[in-house]
Design a protein around this ligand. Structure first.
Ligand SMILES: NC(=O)c1ccc[n+]([C@@H]2O[C@H](COP(=O)([O-])OP(=O)(O)OC[C@H]3O[C@@H](n4cnc5c(N)ncnc54)[C@H](OP(=O)(O)O)[C@@H]3O)[C@@H](O)[C@H]2O)c1
Length: 342
């Protein structure tokens, strides 16, 4: 085992607020000392941000979030203590944990990791965890999407939507992506067969008037919009047995709360009482190394490509949050934990 330092650098969430107020870069965080059985120690090379990170910083009061905690979930790195697990010291891995990837070393369950494909770099691998698992669960566990079927992805240029497009194509399904016009070519390069520009048309209205010849088998709402209209109108363009999967409606302030109420009504009440007679379901991330290994294989085979929007030095993590919070990133926003990482 490599000799390890006693303390490490980490970005810690110390209070509720925007990242610039909530985060501190510390240099004296104690190293994980005793590894419980089944856990390994990983030297982190790069960490990637997810919107849930800054949203929880803003929303959750300190007593609920049990702060201070180390920020973020996604990482790539190298095993430095296999601790009797199936892994070998020196294995290159990627994965996700509940929280704490923005540190030099992490202790993590051996089942929340996968081998980093040899055809991608640690930076490219660092953002695969949360988004690929979300996309995979949405399409295949909840949506039961099959070869030859079709999926509408609202948010084709979100990281979740971009991985969903590639996963759906790898299964042989047809993809219609919704994003702003400037991202059309980007979405098509990922595999989208059809494209709708949400800045030009109201999507629910457009699809109600122009439904696909064969209604969609799955709709993935990968933006997190609170607007319920895409689901409210979905009987017109989603198969009767189809599924509407949402990454979670996130109202922006109290003025959007009534929208949330409308969605709840549509979901909970049957069609004859004014609800929507299509299944609506919420996707959640399960930290599943077996699925990550499947993703790893698809990447090795060239069927799925990692997507990186931008890369920041560890000291510049606040700039990385600024980029993510524009809601305009196309791909993952990555922070290098080892500065000469590729
Ligand atoms: N439930 C879960 O377990 C789970 C897991 C992961 C993520 N999420 C949620 O999923 C959502 C997406 O996360 P992400 O990391 O993939 O986001 P992201 O990559 O940061 O999303 C950025 C993209 O959003 C697009 N966008 C912004 N507003 C849009 C709109 N109104 N319609 C269509 N596209 C829009 C932008 O494209 P344009 O410039 O073209 O608008 C931009 O490319 C977030 O709300 C996140 O919290 C949930």
């Amino acid at each position: 085992m490599t000799s390890l330092p006693k303390t490490q650098r980490a970005w810690r969430v110390v209070t509720q607020g925007l990242p610039k107020d909530a985060l501190r870069l510390v240099t004296d965080l104690p190293m994980p000392t005793q590894l419980e059985p089944g856990r390994v120690l990983v030297k982190v090379e790069a960490a990637a941000l997810n919107p849930v990170g800054y949203k929880m910083m803003r929303l959750l009061p300190n007593f609920l979030a049990k702060r201070p905690v180390t920020a973020e979930q996604d990482f790539s790195g190298v095993i430095v203590n296999r601790n009797g697990t199936k892994w070998a010291d020196g294995d290159a891995v990627f994965g996700l944990l509940g929280e704490g990837s923005m540190a030099e070393y992490i202790a993590i369950s051996a089942t929340q990791l996968a081998h980093r494909p040899t055809n991608i770099t640690p930076i490219q691998a660092s953002g695969l965890g949360v988004c690929t698992l979300t996309a995979y669960a949405s399409l295949f566990k909840l949506g039961q999407l099959e070869e030859g079927q079709s999926v509408l992805i609202n948010g084709g240029s979100t990281a979740v939507g971009a991985f969903a497009t590639q996963l759906a194509k790898s299964k042989g399904a047809k993809v219609t992506a919704v994003a702003s016009g400037k991202n059309e070519e980007w979405c098509r390069k990922l595999g989208a067969d059809e494209f709708i520009d949400y800045t030009k048309v109201d999507i629910a209205l457009y699809l109600s008037k122009n439904p696909p010849a064969t209604k969609y088998h799955v709709i993935l709402e990968a933006v997190g919009t609170a607007d319920p209209s895409l689901y409210a109108q979905s009987e017109k363009y989603l198969q009767p047995g189809g599924v509407f999967v949402s990454v979670g409606p996130q109202p922006h302030g109290v003025r959007e709360l009534p929208m949330f109420g409308r969605l709840l009504f549509n979901v909970l009440f049957p069609g004859w009482m004014g609800g929507v007679s299509r299944r609506w379901t919420l996707v959640t991330v399960h930290k599943d190394g077996e699925i990550l290994e499947k993703i790893s294989t698809l990447i090795t085979e060239g069927k799925v490509k990692p997507i990186v929007d931008s890369v920041f030095e560890f000291e510049d993590a606040l700039k990385a949050y600024d980029r993510l919070m524009t809601s305009r990133a196309t791909g993952k926003v990555v922070v290098k934990v080892i500065s000469d990482t590729e």
